[in-house]
Design a protein around this ligand. Structure first.
Ligand SMILES: C[S@@+](CC[C@H](N)C(=O)[O-])C[C@H]1O[C@@H](n2cnc3c(N)ncnc32)[C@H](O)[C@@H]1O
Length: 279
């Protein structure tokens, strides 16, 4: 771990500045993710129980325009927060292999994750995406994680390739509202959710709240993925009794697949979801 970078990150984040014990947990979580880090998106998909061949079907058609969008984001000044091509391949692969009826993502910014998920939904020819992002007048408000994103200058989702934007328009809902009010309401109106991707506010208590809220709504065989996993994911996986493989990650993008069969109650009364992630 790069100590200087870690100290700078912690000092920049109001959340950690005021919670010294959380800093220790964050350092521990970073060490855990370092130990379980993977480089190859296809290997990551495989350990989630996804066949990479099925997952990456059609990807080559979209890859050049997605790479171009990634590059346009890199070339911009200011914090854009977009996911990498490797992370994007994972989102495409899960969406393509599962053919979800519905997907929710939190945190849109310039729109990289939206682009990868939408490309796979277009390839599938079915499935809807709901994206939740702050309204523009709240986006610059000081955030707990110290991040100030630059997307309000160019518009939310500004990097999404035009053909993806137009293609997915009828199956995409952009909700500009704080996720803390939007997500509970949206989930309450759904019978079940096939795929959830977290990429909004990166502080452990908020992320844990999202995972806990989403997991019961996840359909059997559904996926819960999280970017920038921290101690929130560690605590969540421990509460479900998951094995260490649930900390496998690519650049701290991690996730699990909900078991297809109902979990047995654990001794402590919580749901035992051991084996949720196919090792
Ligand atoms: C890391 S960026 C998202 C990057 C995006 N997923 C991509 O791949 O391009 C995080 C985003 O979460 C948004 N965000 C932060 N707190 C939020 C909240 N409480 N509700 C909704 N969105 C939030 C920020 O405005 C920011 O645009």
């Amino acid at each position: 771990m790069d100590l200087a970078k870690f100290v700078k990150e912690v000092l920049n984040a109001p959340y950690y500045r005021t919670r010294p014990h959380e800093v220790m947990r964050y350092a521990y979580a970073k060490w855990v993710y370092q130990k379980h880090r993977m480089e190859d998106p296809l290997e990551f998909l495989r350990q989630l129980g996804v066949d990479p061949k099925v997952a990456m079907d059609g990807y080559e058609r979209w890859r050049p325009m997605l790479a171009d969008a990634c590059q346009r984001i890199k070339d911009r000044s200011g914090l854009q927060g977009g996911i990498s091509m490797e992370d994007g391949a994972v989102l495409y692969g899960i969406t393509r292999s599962m053919r979800p009826k519905n997907v929710i993502e939190t945190g849109v910014a310039a729109g990289m994750s939206t682009s990868f998920i939408s490309a796979a939904l277009l390839e599938n020819g079915t499935g809807e995406l709901i994206s939740i992002e702050l309204p523009v007048d709240q986006a610059h408000a000081g955030q707990w994680d110290g991040c100030h994103f630059a997307w309000p200058d160019s518009g939310v989702g500004w990097a999404i390739p035009q053909s993806i934007k137009e293609g997915i328009a009828n199956r995409h809902t952009l909700v500009l509202e704080d996720v803390r009010t939007a997500l509970p309401r949206i989930l309450a109106g759904m019978k079940s959710l096939d795929f959830f991707f977290h990429d909004d506010l990166h502080v452990p208590s908020h992320m844990r709240w999202e995972y806990d809220l989403v997991y019961p709504k996840l359909s059997p065989g559904g996926f819960l993925l999280s970017d920038d996993a921290d101690y929130g994911w560690v605590g969540f996986c421990k509460s479900l009794g998951l094995p260490d493989s649930s900390f496998n990650n690519i650049q701290r993008l991690t996730g699990l697949r909900k078991p297809l069969t109902a979990a047995k109650p654990a001794v402590n009364g919580s749901l035992a979801a051991k084996g949720a992630q196919l090792a």
